[in-house]
Ligand binder design. Structure first.
Ligand code: NAI
Length: 333
């Protein structure tokens, strides 16, 4: 029987390694491309049965039309978020979409905490100082997390894991979610609250909602104005949740005291690639990089051995279920 052919877009070494290792049990015909999927690269799908994409591949209506012309039957996302796929168009063309709903909420939650601690205790600055023989403590004063208030927006798998860890620091937790889990709140002793109160009372605000029409730019000038002076804002979810220009304004007025960002709304032009010898043309990103109280990581919150293993296993299982005509547990509808 002919092997099922899958073309992978935007694949890095760490993905190839784990997929190659696990694919020995599935025996699919996998072709890896380092380019991203978009209207220009879409013709590469010719001769394949399915595509496998990641967070910054653009699966727009035009791309889906091209997939349909090339008889692609399945879009397998090797991530949880699906804001980059035109689901309506996929449905129209009868192309199924599957994803990896949870691969390691702990990976993302722990990176969120890494950003909080690195910002608060100014670890990056102190690391470089000490390496240069500067052992001064000037400008390195942090604050105790114990007793402070954290506002967690989105209390799904990742948000809950973050709450768990922050509770361990002795923080008071305020949470907001369109579908509150009151049972969990009672069990973990935290409180659901309206957004305005969360903005007003939180020393640290961390975002864990998906990007959607409702959440796009939810952190805008209006929201920032409601926050405590010197608030720490953390985003390990999706860049589009924050209006970056409003964030920069908030940083300039000192309203925002710290920002930890693993995602950025225009990240697809830079993240995951080495641009160290290029000129950064994105003035908004360039400005963000100038603040001493901003840490940006390149969408790496998911990047642990355990998460990669789970991503590969679930993606390959999703594809196998599709081939076998089984119910698609992880279908995005
Ligand atoms: P989840 O689906 O378990 O939780 C999302 C929560 O957000 C749900 O409780 C939902 O009710 C809530 N929500 C939805 N719309 C909302 C709104 N308008 N206002 C408030 N709450 C709302 O998802 P999970 O696994 O916790 O992931 C959250 C997000 O994290 C993903 O959507 C993805 O964008 C991001 N992510 C980032 C990664 C990274 O490497 N930086 C890796 C994995 C996920």
């Amino acid at each position: 029987m002919e092997k099922f052919k899958i073309i992978f877009f935007d694949t890095k070494e760490f993905f190839r390694d784990v997929f190659d290792r696990l694919n020995k049990d599935y025996n699919f015909d996998i072709k890896y491309c380092s380019v991203r999927l978009d209207e220009e690269t879409c013709s590469l799908v010719n001769g394949h049965d399915a595509i496998c994409v990641f967070v910054n591949d653009r699966v727009s209506r035009k791309v889906i039309e091209c997939l349909a012309e090339n008889n692609i039957k399945l879009i397998a996302l090797r991530c949880a978020g699906y804001n980059n796929v035109d689901l309506e168009a996929a449905k129209e063309y009868g192309i199924k979409v599957v994803r990896v709903p949870a691969y390691s909420p702990h990976a993302v939650a722990e990176h969120t905490i890494a950003l909080i601690l690195a910002l608060n205790r100014k670890l990056i600055k102190s690391y470089f100082r000490v390496r240069e023989g500067n052992f001064s403590l000037e400008g390195l004063v942090g604050f105790d997390l114990y007793g402070k208030t954290a506002g967690v927006i989105g209390t799904g798998k990742i948000g809950k894991s973050v709450i768990n860890i922050l509770k361990g620091f002795g923080m008071r937790i305020l949470a907001y979610d369109v579908y509150p889990d009151y049972e969990y709140a009672e069990y973990k002793r935290f409180q659901y609250i309206d957004l305005d109160t969360l903005y007003r009372e939180s020393d640290i605000i961390t975002l864990h909602t998906p990007l959607s029409k409702e959440t796009y730019h939810m952190i805008n000038e209006d929201a920032i104005n409601k926050m405590k002076d010197g608030v720490m804002l953390i985003n390990t979810s999706r860049g589009g949740l924050i209006d970056t220009k409003a964030l920069i304004k908030g940083l300039k007025t000192r309203k925002i005291g710290y920002a930890g960002l693993d995602v950025y709304e225009e990240e697809e032009h830079y993240f995951f690639e080495d641009h160290s010898t290029d000129v950064i043309e994105d003035d908004v990103l360039a400005r963000l990089l100038t603040f001493p109280n901003v840490i940006i990581t390149s969408h790496q919150a998911f990047l642990t051995k355990e998460a990669l293993e789970n991503i590969a296993k679930t993606t390959l299982d999703n594809i196998k279920s599709f081939i076998n005509g089984e119910k698609l547990e992880n279908e995005v509808i």
